[in-house]
Design a protein around this ligand. Sequence first.
Ligand code: RFL
Length: 393
Amino acid sequence: MMRTQVGIIGAGPAGLMLSHLLHLEGIESVIIERSEQDHVRSRLRAGVLEQGTIEMMREVGLAERIDRLALEQHALDFRFNNRSHRLDFHEASGGRSAWAYPQHEVVADLMRVREEAGAQILYDSPVSRIEGLEGDRPVIHFESEGKQHALSCDFVAGCDGFRGISRTAIPSHKLALYDRVYPFGWLGILADAPPAIQDITWGCHADGFAMMSIRTPEVTRLYLQCEPDDSPDNWSDDRIWAELHKRLDVDGQPPINEGRITQKGVTAMRSFICEPMRFGRMFLAGDAAHIVPPTGAKGLNSAMADIKVLGRSLVEHYKRNDQRWLDNYSDTCLERMWLVQRFSAGLCTMVHQFPGDSDFQRRMQLAELNYMTGTHEGRAAFAHNFTGLPVHA
Ligand code: RFL
């Protein structure tokens, strides 16, 4: 049987970052990943990093490509009532920023440093079972090249996303699950079109939400609120551009730029939190423990925040024989995560059209938008949350 100190399930951003942090402290880990490496590397997902995530990446030796490629963002342009309401979160937060740096670049950076360090990452190896979580030596069972294998470890890190196996290995009576599914989805496209303005742009329109954000100086990521079970096949390129113009263009601002659409997909929207984020010797992190609707751009950032706490907790255990950090891991992460959920779910409710909403509810949404963009207090609260709440690690 293979052995290691920390067995990590999943080579997404959470699993890769944890294994890198542990390596820097001389702690061994093995990552077991269900998919092939190219598939993991090329998944297009999140695109906006908080100040704290950028700082964390710089601190652990990943500054080089970020300094070259990440695009610093200072403002979000909320568009409603046919007007632009620019919220300068850099100013409102006393100098903090967000960065456009796509998730696949984060994953590529982490894969590169892990490979250079000779890390053991087993791709194409789905985990089928985890045993002994309440004992001293849990065992992760997985399949690779048609054979069954087992990895014995001190701790298991469940970094295997929302549909992974880790959470399901916890007896259901030991968990509380909080779940909200939204009655709409997002059609996301990637377009070879330079952004019309550099700011992230949100269209809060009576026909539904829309968003534009810069990926590179030549590429934009755009989203449209759609039916939750919509198919990209229902959306011709002409229909997409017509809806984007209708929901995003306003008087006094340049219209969005069109370009060749290179990718199209529909994402469902949900809020989900699992409590606690620990069972015996297994610690859940990232999407395995919580999901936020993408409004607010918190999914990837929250995964990184968990890993910062988990990395510190394991270092305290191995280096100082101090169990308190591991014992507090779940509470530390959940306290922050509920605040992140409050922000993400709150924004999601503020900017989307809900089927069956009354005129009263629509006016309340507008009042919320006016408060957030039009008052010092509203702007400060948005900026504090959007650029990232502190991580206690
Ligand atoms: P990941 O990235 O889902 O990685 C989990 C990894 O675990 C593997 N796995 C297994 N491995 C072995 N055995 C098993 N039995 C396994 N089961 C699963 C999977 O193959 C995978 O490689 O989770 P992680 O590391 O926690 O990272 C979280 C982020 O990926 C996620 O929060 C964000 O991408 C969410 N998200 C977005 N967040 C944003 O902030 N802004 C966005 O615009 C945004 N767009 C998105 C998104 C997530 C999406 N998905 C998951 C549907 C768009 C999409 C399409």
